[in-house]
Design a protein around this ligand. Sequence first.
Ligand SMILES: [Fe+2]
Ligand SMILES: [Fe+2]
Length: 216
Amino acid sequence: MRLIILNDNVPSKGLLNDWGWSLLVKGKHRFLFDADTRESVLAHNSKVLGVSLENLDFAVLSHWHYDHYGGFPHIAELNPGLRLYAPSGGEIRGLNIFEVHNVGEITDGVWTSGVLDDFEHAIGVETPSGLAVIVGCSHPGVDRLTRAVLKVSGYEKAHFVIGGFHYPSRRTLDRLAEITEFIAPAHCSGNAAKAYVRKRYPEKFVEVRTGSVLEI
Ligand SMILES: [Fe+2]
Ligand SMILES: [Fe+2]
């Protein structure tokens, strides 16, 4: 499975950038997870990275914060009527919102944590190496979201966790490290969290930024 980071808070030369989060997942299913802040960032970066945002199988929105859904109108233009798995509380013209409430399987090999604290969900994707967990901002806690995904998918440990961890405490990161082989703090994780994982768990730390492509 391939993960293409279309936008992260950390910039890269030649790519547009802002505070936001969006990645394209290319595995058994081809789908977008979150859509950053601006349509132009998705349009420009996908072009430069040589990936098409057309013909997606579906899309996922972690939670209704603008830095995660701002670019969806562009996705709707390219994929009219596309199904968007999202918590309740918002709409995007041109997308077919499928409200996520409870923990469960979205489609073959893709699970949702269910919406935690009435606000945010995360997903787990089956890969040849194990379960990859993708989170948005982790307002309910990255360890809680990961545990919920593990429980529903039947995996004991996550192979990989990526996304915004929302300035987690060290305890949260320690709890995450116990159940995760590789950790990629991104978006709103904060420099302190990145530095802590890099130092305390060097064998687990994976660095990502705008334009990173990961093969899992
Ligand atoms: Fe965010
Ligand atoms: Fe957020």
